[in-house]
Design a protein around this ligand. Structure first.
Ligand code: ZN
Ligand code: ZN
Length: 288
């Protein structure tokens, strides 16, 4: 269901991209070019994300016993590279025009086509937001807000190019293009930073670790003496947790195992996607 929405979004994005490219061909505006390039990055990113999500959800196999969830980060890193390339290309086209602005042509039809593209994109944004709410999918909702922010950027570009047309201040065109490029770059840096954290085995957030500790404190009960060396790491939509559990040396293996199973079940039930490994020790290993 979520995947069908992703395909719809990709299809609409392709049509929007075509319209924006046409608007650039008609006018020669670098601001409209930057808008079209942003759409290109979006289309490529959506395609990459779809492939990555498919791959990431493959079950663990003999060569990847921990699963394939980190594939999601790989697509984000690639997306970051695309973003930097797009921003660089915009700057290359826009900077010379900053010094010697060129009057634009065909603005009537160009702006009309661009407005059409934004209208279509706006419809897509509302569709995604509605579907995201209905299916309770954070990914779809985030996608919807992303498309909505693109619509706002495009409208800003349209307004600016219209203003340049009305006033003859053609330098507005490259200025707007550079603004869009800066915005794209920021987005790319955020993406890459997040993905690199995941690739470097970043731990769960302090709030999530606190939640784990609260669940443990509640479930430990009698039998266990202490938990130490608690470590977490994120891997896409999954996360891994391991810790040492100190129990009285007189506890039988069967009893200690039952305790571990209870802790694992409680943690995995309350934090979906979490995989727990527990190392059992006798009280001589106690640290506190
Ligand atoms: Zn230990
Ligand atoms: Zn077991």
């Amino acid at each position: 269901m979520a995947e069908r929405a992703a395909w719809t979004s990709l299809l609409v994005a392709l049509v929007v991209l075509g319209l924006k490219a046409l608007a650039y061909r008609l006018t020669g505006s670098v601001a409209l070019l930057s808008d079209a390039l942003e759409s290109t990055v979006n289309v490529a990113a959506a395609l990459l994300a779809l492939l990555a999500i498919r791959f990431a959800h493959r079950p663990p196999d003999a060569t990847h016993p921990f699963g394939h969830t980190k594939a999601e980060y790989l697509s984000a890193v690639l997306e970051g590279v695309l973003v930097v390339l797009a921003a660089f290309f915009i700057a290359k086209e826009a900077l010379p025009r900053l010094l010697s602005p060129i009057p634009l042509e065909g603005l009537g039809p160009g702006l009309f086509v661009s407005l059409l593209a934004s209208g279509l994109n706006g419809l897509l944004a509302f569709h995604l937001l509605a579907q995201g709410k209905r299916l309770r999918s954070p990914a779809l909702t985030a996608d919807g807000y992303h498309v909505l922010s693109d619509v706002l950027t495009s409208l800003g570009v349209l307004l600016g190019v219209g203003l340049a047309w009305a006033t003859g201040l053609w330098v507005l065109d490259p200025l707007l293009a550079l603004l869009v490029a800066g915005n794209i770059l920021l987005m790319g840096f955020r993406l890459v930073r997040e993905s690199l954290g995941g690739l470097l085995d970043e731990g769960l957030s302090p709030e999530e670790v606190a939640r784990i500790q609260a669940i443990l404190a509640r479930e430990l009960g009698e039998g266990a003496l202490e938990v130490h060396d608690l470590k977490t790491r994120k891997a896409g939509h999954r996360a891994f947790l391991e810790f040492h559990l100190v129990v009285p040396g007189s506890l039988s293996v069967a009893e200690a195992h039952a305790l571990c199973d209870r802790l694992e079940r409680a943690l995995e039930a309350e934090m979906p996607g979490l995989s727990v490994t527990i190392h059992v020790e006798p009280e001589s290993e106690r640290q506190a």
